[in-house]
Design a protein around this ligand. Structure first.
Ligand SMILES: *[C@@H]1O[C@H](CO)[C@@H](O)[C@H](O)[C@H]1NC(C)=O
Ligand SMILES: *[C@@H]1O[C@H](CO)[C@@H](O)[C@H](O)[C@H]1NC(C)=O
Ligand SMILES: *[C@@H]1O[C@H](CO)[C@@H](O)[C@H](O)[C@H]1NC(C)=O
Length: 217
């Protein structure tokens, strides 16, 4: 019975693994960010040229500047600034929130995000693909919340005091799509008649939104 359970557990793990990041075929594959060869991910740097600095990033002790429209600033540590993460299926962020700071609704197409609050209070929300169900939780210092892969989510500091969070993501290259920017700030723009019909608004309102997002790219 126990071995059968173990088999099922291992089988599920194997299936899960295949359906996400492929398993490692070697110790590491430090990204060669300058390679002109395009593969799924980044090509490996010559292992003889790899050093400890390829596995290193510094500076997450520092608060990032939140004096911007959203009042937030996310510092991501992913394959592009820590090349040793290539093929490992993991990355990290530091998230600083000023007074009423917001990380606006967005998705990570390739990662689940595990958030932990280290200072202040954050409202964490995601919307599922089943009946647009909202999951909404207020998090305090030490609290952890998970945003499942692909779900639209946001983090909001409903307070005048600062907040700080860190998160782990299940991809070295999670990707980031802000909903508002995708709708109103694409390049080239989605035509305003399509957006007017989609959002059930007049074209003039759409044009105002498009003007706003084309300048805040
Ligand atoms: C985020 O913080 C960094 C470091 O303080 C700063 O250079 C950058 O301009 C900030 N980004 C935004 C959007 O405010
Ligand atoms: C933060 O960013 C704002 C807007 O860009 C800038 O005016 C301010 O000097 C920055 N603060 C620091 C501490 O760098
Ligand atoms: C705002 O932060 C203060 C200080 O941490 C806390 O006492 C208060 O409950 C917070 N308010 C909200 C609405 O979360």
């Amino acid at each position: 019975m126990a071995s059968r359970f173990l088999f099922v557990a291992l089988f599920s793990l194997a299936v899960f693994h295949v359906s996400s990041v492929p398993s490692q075929l070697q110790d590491f594959c430090v990204a060669d960010l300058n390679s002109q060869v395009f593969v799924n991910g980044f090509i490996c740097k010559n292992p003889n040229a790899v050093s400890e600095d390829d596995f290193f990033f510094s500076g997450l002790d520092k608060a990032a500047n939140t004096s911007n429209y959203m009042g937030s600033n996310v510092t991501a540590v992913s394959v592009t600034n820590l090349p040793g993460l290539n093929t490992l299926g993991i990355s990290l962020t530091r998230q600083d929130f000023g007074s009423y700071g917001l990380v606006p609704p967005h998705i990570h197409p390739r990662a689940t995000e595990l958030l932990v609050i280290v200072e202040g209070t954050i409202q964490a929300v995601f919307i599922s693909s089943t009946n647009y169900q909202m999951y909404d939780k207020v998090l305090n210092k030490g609290d952890v919340f998970v945003f499942p892969q692909g779900m639209i989510h946001f983090q909001y500091n409903r307070n005048s005091t600062n907040a700080v969070a860190f998160s782990a993501l299940s991809s070295e290259n999670p990707g980031l799509v802000y909903m508002a920017n995708a709708a109103f700030g694409s390049n080239p723009s989605i035509s305003d008649d399509v957006l007017a019909k989609t959002f059930q608004l007049d074209k003039k309102t759409i044009d105002l939104l498009q003007a706003r997002f084309s300048t805040t790219h």
